[in-house]
Design a binder for this molecule. Structure first.
Ligand code: HEC
Ligand code: HEC
Ligand code: HEC
Ligand code: HEC
Ligand code: HEC
Ligand code: HEC
Ligand code: HEC
Ligand code: HEC
Length: 480
């Protein structure tokens, strides 16, 4: 399951590879500086339709509702979108609502014709039409000639075609038509027909992250290197994806029209996509706000309970929109896999700078927590090793005690007292020197256990050391 997901997501996020640079120059936000700005470098390709394409073969007999029969070349009398599908293919079912919306939006300018593959029966097609409320005519490629003559290997496939003096031409094609590309197809249709392509964006309507990525190639690839790009997967993997208490901060627009809906796990508004920060359609529909307003979105999710001591300045460098721009495809793929596999750093959870002082240094001011900690299994973690004769093995001690120096080489480089306060709260040097404070120590307080606390526990409670780790059972055993 996981590997299939990776294949899909790694493939989805394209790479805009340039030459591999040394350390790239950065702007004052800590973002990679790209020559010419690097914004929306895919625009020209989107507007041109990505062609040229070979002419379509539309000399195809079709069967429609009842006993109706027709030749496709007679049905195409103006700009037409040909939607080829199979009623039983899950991917076709996923994109059907997008195609239905596209047909409505382009009504009067571009005709839409549905062509079901030869394996469908008439009743399959009628059921599909009803299920997705398709208002355009649907035919069947009963001879399978449409598929073979046009070398169609997969469903769903979409062609934008129109008649010319000699026959027909293809303006744009999608083999296959990816989920989330409804708005992109509309942008292309508008551009190719000489209309304002940005008219495809509707105020208040979420276009989906993939649609933004069609033009914003660097921004999209770089987003794929942030934890935001797997935020929904995080819930899915923990079987919390249907939990309404979790979902709102892990997707785009939950509970809003055209925003995320439960169970739509492959939706283009799953994960913390572009429009979670830039709003529906970003700056491309409705009143145009300064791009800096995207900074205001952070704290709606990174609130005190769900993110430790978050500030926009701390977070901003880690959503560098152009990080992928100078990367080679190999470097990109490796970085992407680190994110998908959960190996990528979590900079917001970084401990404060300074030395570990050992748990004794905390006792005078935190007697209550010290008393409860002494009863917890952590306090005896070094004793456990002694029992096994492994208390001299640094490879064991590193998880069973708090280190005194950065690169401990012998057991003497660790504090006595097992898994101490600073294993979970970070080095106390600054905090003790200041006789307290909240910015100089990782206060776990009322934090969302899954969002914040668990990642601290699983630094040691790894699958190898603790394969039946269960946060809900473990946390009450160590709370103070
Ligand atoms: C058809 C191509 C295209 C698509 C699709 C597209 N954009 Fe853009 N976007 C542009 C171009 C070109 C610019 C730069 C010119 C401008 O600011 O309008 C831009 C600029 C922006 C800016 C910077 C605005 C500023 O004031 O500096 C943001 C933010 C943005 N887009 C977000 C989005 C989001 C979010 C989506 C998806 C909902 C999206 N874009 C989809 C082409 C596109
Ligand atoms: C819609 C909610 C939402 C918004 C808005 C949001 N984030 Fe996040 N952010 C998340 C979630 C959820 C995660 C964790 C995702 C995961 O790992 O599965 C996250 C993770 C992160 C991380 C990596 C986590 C770590 O421990 O280091 C950084 C950095 C970050 N966000 C910065 C920002 C910044 C900066 C902004 C505003 C410009 C912002 N986020 C806006 C929900 C949001
Ligand atoms: C976590 C929040 C967040 C997400 C997700 C996000 N952005 Fe942004 N975006 C920002 C912030 C913050 C800025 C910078 C605003 C500033 O400089 O004041 C920004 C800036 C931009 C700009 C202007 C470029 C520049 O150099 O300032 C574009 C274009 C843009 N974003 C597009 C996108 C696209 C496309 C996506 C999705 C692939 C996306 N953003 C995802 C928060 C986000
Ligand atoms: C001289 C007294 C003193 C010592 C020593 C001390 N603390 Fe504190 N600590 C405080 C005070 C006072 C607060 C409350 C901070 C506030 O609300 O400003 C606090 C708060 C905390 C918090 C909660 C922070 C938050 O964000 O809510 C943690 C966690 C903590 N201390 C851990 C430690 C650890 C670990 C040590 C030992 C390395 C330690 N403290 C040593 C005085 C001390
Ligand atoms: C620095 C490494 C480290 C960190 C961080 C850590 N643990 Fe542990 N934990 C251990 C070790 C080592 C043991 C085994 C102690 C022993 O039996 O001697 C243990 C044992 C336990 C136990 C008892 C054994 C069991 O599985 O029932 C619980 C419960 C537990 N930890 C919960 C947590 C929780 C919850 C967190 C995060 C808030 C956490 N731990 C963070 C290293 C760590
Ligand atoms: C990555 C961190 C980590 C390392 C390295 C580590 N441990 Fe542990 N150890 C733990 C955690 C977490 C627990 C608690 C797990 C549980 O109770 O399920 C634990 C529990 C134990 C226990 C008590 C529970 C049991 O399984 O009997 C012993 C004994 C133990 N470790 C010995 C060792 C020895 C010996 C080594 C070195 C070869 C070692 N550990 C290395 C994290 C670690
Ligand atoms: C108010 C918004 C919000 C809600 C509600 C929320 N989260 Fe989060 N979640 C976040 C943010 C923000 C982060 C990133 C925190 C950080 O690293 O500072 C996060 C991170 C996480 C992570 C860590 C991902 C990783 O890379 O390890 C998990 C797991 C998680 N959340 C699960 C949940 C679950 C389960 C729920 C429901 C019980 C939930 N979240 C509810 C905002 C939220
Ligand atoms: C295994 C991880 C772990 C260890 C070890 C640990 N704590 Fe905590 N601490 C937590 C968690 C989780 C919370 C928040 C939830 C709670 O209070 O139970 C917390 C909360 C706190 C707070 C905030 C106030 C409060 O009670 O909510 C203080 C202060 C604190 N710890 C001090 C200490 C001191 C002092 C030690 C060492 C004697 C220590 N902690 C050891 C995990 C740990």
């Amino acid at each position: 399951m996981r590997s299939a997901w990776i294949a899909a997501t790694v493939a989805l996020v394209g790479v805009g590879a340039l030459a591999v640079a040394d350390e790239p120059a950065r702007d004052d936000r800590g973002w990679t500086a790209v020559e010419g700005g690097g914004v929306a470098i895919g625009l020209a390709d989107v507007l041109s339709g990505g062609g040229p394409y070979r002419a379509p073969d539309l000399n195809i007999p079709l069967i429609g509702s009842g006993a109706a029969a027709a030749d496709l070349d007679e049905l195409v009398v103006g700009p037409t979108l040909l939607f080829y599908y199979s009623a039983s293919c899950p991917h076709c079912q996923e994109v059907a609502p997008e195609v239905a919306r596209l047909a409505q939006r382009l009504d009067g300018q571009v005709a839409v014709i549905g062509i079901a593959s030869g394996s469908n029966s008439g009743s399959d097609v009628r059921a599909f039409e009803n299920e997705y409320d398709l208002k355009f005519p649907n035919w069947r490629d009963f001879t399978r000639k449409y598929a073979s003559a046009n070398e169609i290997a997969s469903t769903p496939t979409v062609f934008l075609v129109r008649p010319t003096e000699e026959g027909f031409e293809t303006l744009a094609e999608y083999r296959p038509f990816p989920g989330g590309f409804g708005v992109v197809a509309e942008i292309q249709a508008r551009a190719l027909l000489g209309e304002d392509p940005f008219g495809a964006f509707e105020e208040g309507h979420y276009a989906g992250t993939q649609a933004c990525g069609a033009c914003h190639v660097h921004e999209y690839s770089s987003w794929g290197l942030t934890h935001h790009s797997t935020a929904y997967w995080t819930l899915y993997e923990r079987e919390e994806a249907e939990n309404p208490e979790c979902i709102a901060c892990h997707v785009v627009g939950f509970g809003k029209p055209s925003g995320f809906e439960l169970e739509q796990y492959r939706s283009a508004v799953a994960d913390v996509g572009c429009e979670a920060c830039h709003g529906p359609a970003g700056p491309h529909a409705g009143e145009r706000k300064p791009v800096a307003t995207a900074r205001d979105a952070c704290v709606t999710c990174h609130d005190a309970d769900h993110s430790i001591q978050f500030t926009v300045d701390k977070g901003l460098p880690h959503i560098d929109h152009f990080r992928a721009a100078p990367m080679s495809p190999e470097a990109f793929r490796a970085a992407r896999e680190d994110v998908v596999q959960g190996r990528a750093a979590r900079p917001l959870l970084a401990f404060p700078d300074g030395a570990n002082l050992g748990s004794k240094a905390c006792a005078e001011c935190h007697s209550e927590q010290t008393a409860s900690w002494k009863k917890s299994p952590h306090a005896g973690a070094l004793k456990t090793l002694k029992g096994k004769g492994s208390h001299k093995d640094v490879a064991c001690v590193r998880c069973h005690a708090v280190k005194k120096i950065d690169d401990p080489a012998t057991p003497k480089d660790f504090h006595a007292g097992g898994v101490g306060c600073e294993s979970c709260h970070g080095p106390g040097e600054q905090h003790v020197a200041a006789k307290g404070g909240t910015e100089n120590i990782v206060g776990l307080g009322a934090s969302c256990p899954e969002c914040v606390i668990e990642a601290i526990c699983t630094r040691c409670h790894t699958p190898e050391q603790d394969n039946d780790w269960n946060l809900k059972e473990a946390l009450p055993k160590v709370g103070h």
